[in-house]
Write a new protein. Sequence first.
Length: 215
Amino acid sequence: MRVKFSMLVFLLPFFIISCQKGNTGPAGAAGPAGPAGPQGPQGPAGTANVIYSQWFTPGSYTKDTIFGEYGFSYTKATTDITQQVLDSGVVLTFGKLDGYNVAIWPSAQVAQLPITVTYRIGSTIYNDTWSALATVGNLKIRFVDDQNYYSSISNKHQFRYVIIPGGMKSTVASVSPGLHSGRGTQLSSDAVSEVARNYRQMSYSEICRRLNIPE
């Protein structure tokens, strides 16, 4: 028993030394990539914020001449008309020309600019054209009569604009004095894009309904 015990004591240190940890070996090669996971559910539609003004009446008009044709215009500054809006948005102008006789323009009728109003006085036919042109920070509403027949311009004519971001390029707009612009309810980008593509075929009421804008 004493001999066996001595051999066990002798072998134990040898076993401990033999089992000490050596240097770390090189990393193994990366394993193959696992298969792709299933496609996740489609996310919700994006949103777009439509900007619109209140109805407004120009305070006064200034006589101007463009390419030899004179008319009258109203210009107003607005921060709503930016370069980004002109480059990629749709800016719509609507007119409510209640200054005309109701036989020519029915009361509360609304149309998108440019608007041409045709009427007869005696044997002469007149064509009044209302248009709007926007540049960065400014808007011009212009009135031209093809017979150069001008009297005082009624203060019953009203205008408003609707800006649809991210649609087709447009240079037509209108603006509220005092910048009383509104921010529409957040709408799905699909609904807004549809109006931006098809607004020429839509009535004023339909555009307002689709964009959730008060008339």
